[in-house]
Design a protein around this ligand. Structure first.
Ligand SMILES: Cc1ncc(COP(=O)(O)O)c(C=O)c1O
Length: 424
């Protein structure tokens, strides 16, 4: 379906149900333990729980930890897990075997690679990012600027809608460009190949944050010729709260790249217990210390499921869902001034849609009370993520219908919806 070919009145709930009946990915919904009565549109923040995860984690706890004890480092392959699971993430991001490894938090992994990237351009003095980038990326870059620059911190240039463009900022001083492929607020997607090409033309290194891309849109890091990437696994990959990040480094940089954190799991011979650090060959040098194996186990269960997914079908469905949502918002929510801020051009859109709504926080709380879960980003954006493995077309219909009712009845004005939790 495309907005150009769908007439506004042709969509009703029966149309959505028919799309679900014809959806090749529909069977995946049963593989997730979603609560009854919930329309879950926040998989771009925390992915849903795969049904297989609890039993797998329980087995790892009972057998590998409980019975295997310390022996499981060898017998259950614990030591190699970050590399083994990295290889299973690789096909989702256009990476080759031996190019991906699990990391710590995404923030820590960005620090790990951004330092390595900046050190590959020691004579350059500038880092570029976007004002609208997820703040942790900018905070991490501040550390990189100080640590790499020393007495004269690296200069930071930020792309902004009302400021200079990337092309205007790129020059021979730029060491590294760090961008998030799919914007966390608006869902706008960069052209990875084109941006990487321009960055390389200026002689700089390209680092991509794939938090809102992996499992959401097709990504081909090697085709784009990118240098470094990181991403999280707790959103579209459904690895569970706090599941480990991943790190990708293009093979051509493996020998020269020196990670920021040189821990013993990244050592060439960790069990020699040498006094001096010697980096492991390949991507393994980006490891730091003991992995969070219970979180790794939860991720492993989810990756079993991902191994079956056809990524072309995933993208097709993602676009159908987001187009349907945009079209319903346009036709049904216009009277309340609800404005879609996500690009309408499909090539520029990830798998989420943000709408601008005055008092969006309270409206979102009212929506959540009805069982439609999205989230809110200040000052006025309601975000909706469409994880194609478990969101249906009928869910999209029901979400917009609930939102329409909340706006029409103004139930969101009730004081309880204005109360703010720590996490929005
Ligand atoms: C684009 C982006 N980068 C980084 C992060 C932060 O990741 P972490 O909390 O895992 O360090 C997020 C979190 O949502 C994000 O959206």
């Amino acid at each position: 379906m495309s907005t150009a070919t769908t007439t506004q009145h042709a969509i009703d709930r029966a149309t959505c149900a028919a799309l679900d009946a014809a959806d090749p990915l529909a069977p995946y919904r049963d593989r997730f333990a979603l609560p009854d009565g919930v329309v879950y549109l926040d998989g771009n923040s925390l992915g849903a729980l795969p049904r297989a995860t609890a039993a797998h984690v329980e087995r790892v706890i009972a057998e590998e930890w409980g019975v295997g004890l310390i022996r499981s480092w060898n017998d259950a392959g614990w030591f190699e897990k970050p590399l083994a699971l990295g290889d299973r993430i690789a096909p989702l991001i256009g990476a080759g075997p031996g190019e991906v490894v699990l990391g710590d938090s995404t923030s820590a992994s960005l620090f790990q690679v951004a330092m390595a990237a900046a050190r590959l351009r020691p004579d350059r003095t500038v880092v570029i990012s976007e004002r609208g980038n997820f703040p942790t990326d900018l905070y991490v870059l501040e550390s990189v600027q100080e640590l790499v620059g020393g007495a004269a911190p690296l200069e930071r240039r930020l792309i902004a809608d009302d400021g200079p463009t990337l092309d205007e900022m790129l020059d021979e001083d730029v060491a590294v460009v760090v961008l998030t492929h799919v914007d966390y607020r608006t869902g706008r997607m960069h052209d990875m190949g084109e941006v990487t090409r321009r960055v390389h033309a200026a002689g700089a290194i390209m680092v991509w944050d794939l938090c809102h891309s992996v499992g959401a849109v097709p990504v081909d890091l090697n085709a784009a010729g990118a240098d470094f990437a990181i991403g999280c696994t707790y959103k579209y990959l459904n690895g569970g709260p706090g599941s480990p990040s991943f790190i990708w480094v293009a093979e051509r940089h493996h020998e020269a790249a020196r990670p920021a954190l040189t821990g013993w799991h990244g050592h060439a011979r960790p069990f020699d217990f040498d006094v001096e650090y010697a980096p492991a060959a390949g991507i393994g040098r980006f490891r730091v210390g003991t992995p969070q194996l219970l979180s790794v186990a939860a991720l492993e269960a989810s990756l079993d499921l991902w191994a079956e997914v056809d990524l072309d079908q995933l993208r097709e469905k993602s676009l159908r869902l987001t187009e349907l949502f945009i079209s319903l918002v346009d036709t049904r929510l216009a009277p309340w001034g609800v404005e879609v801020v996500t690009p309408r051009q499909s090539a520029r859109r990830g798998s989420q849609v943000a709408v601008r709504v005055e008092d969006g926080y309270a409206v979102m709380q009212a929506l959540i009370e009805r069982g439609v879960i999205g989230d809110f980003r200040a000052p006025d954006l309601m975000r909706f993520g469409f994880a194609p493995l478990y969101v249906s077309h009928a869910d999209v219909w029901d979400a917009v219908a609930a939102l329409e009712d909340i706006l029409a009845t103004e139930v969101w004005r009730e004081p309880r919806f204005a109360r703010r939790g720590t996490v929005t």
